[in-house]
Write a protein that binds this ligand. Sequence first.
Ligand code: PLP
Length: 407
Amino acid sequence: MASEVYFDNNATTRVLPEVVQAMMPFLTDFYGNPSSIHRFGSEVGQKIAEARAQVAALIGAADPVEVIFTGSGTEGDNAAIRGMVEARPDKRHIVTTQVEHPAVLGPCQHLERKGYRVTWLGVDENGALDLNELRAALTGDTALVSIMWANNETGVIFPIEEIGAIVRAKGIPFHVDAVQAAGKLPFRVKDLPVDLLTLSGHKFYAPKGIGALYVRRGITFSPWMMGGHQERNRRAGTENVASIIGMGKAAAIALDRIAEDSARIAKLRDLLESLLLESCPGSRVNGGRQNRLPNTANISFRYLEGESILVLLDQQGICASTGSACTAGSSEPSHVLRAMKVPADWLQGAVRFSLGRFNTEEEIRHVNQIMPSIVQRLQGLSALGKLGHPKRSEVEPGAPVGTAGRG
Ligand code: PLP
């Protein structure tokens, strides 16, 4: 077994060796600028076109020109929301959900501060949306609906086709943050009532700092990044060539393996959940277990603090993540779990295990051997009268805080 056991694939994934190999020539010999007229540049432009076609194939786009390369999933979400709103200056209303990634929450909160009306749809205790609430929210003033496909913390999947049909019936554009769905769920965006869709390479074994935004042909959209004519005037800036090539390669591999990977990973995830629920009294799964990504398990340990569990897991070489965003000295409970009304005694103790292509059954069994003693140790600290949750500093004095990423 590898020296570290990596269960944080929703935060990021390991870059595949085939992807690195495909990228290398564009970091060395093929350094031409794809916008240059000469052959040395235009050959690179040709390779970008191939990568665009590979990404278009992964998401089932009708035409590769609908794919715009961006610098991240965050950029794609910002460009979609701000670009659509700016192109519709007469509309002043946006609909989104309370459980989006900060890459969507941030621009929506920004627009709210600027005077837009934002409807923040809630979820039930399973993390599911009430589609009647969505129907009731749509008005003639709605510029955009932005709803994620799969939740990065719980893995809960929203019924994108059904949502899109409701939104399209009202003639409103629909943006989907598919950062956690792409490469994990098979879909063909051309057959779906979806107008814009965000992707991020590092969630499917490409490098960090490269993403894509799908914009359906015919959708009016104001570019977010202005300057040069790259990406058909929709995203200025000299292309991150090597990473684009890497994302294309990773997309082709993901498309090839999606069914096989999902089935294998879902089995491992289900095994992990059933073993941990059995071996650790006072544990529960957060989020409905029916409509979920195959790789994500969000498990709460009652009365404990997820951060402390992570520190002790880390000491054993096991990488997972918490459901809570931490700021120095205090840990805020996850906005996703709060929206799901997870009861107070379970709220802080959430740990997200997100599996990937390289995980094995041996690793699952290894974690299950270690976890009960961690839980017992922390429960002991908790019972010693330390009100509620033992803090990270009590299990690892001097531990830095503020570094927990949720992906
Ligand atoms: N949206 C979701 C659902 C995510 O999980 C993430 C990253 O974790 C993002 C957007 C942002 O992507 P990036 O890290 O490429 O900026």
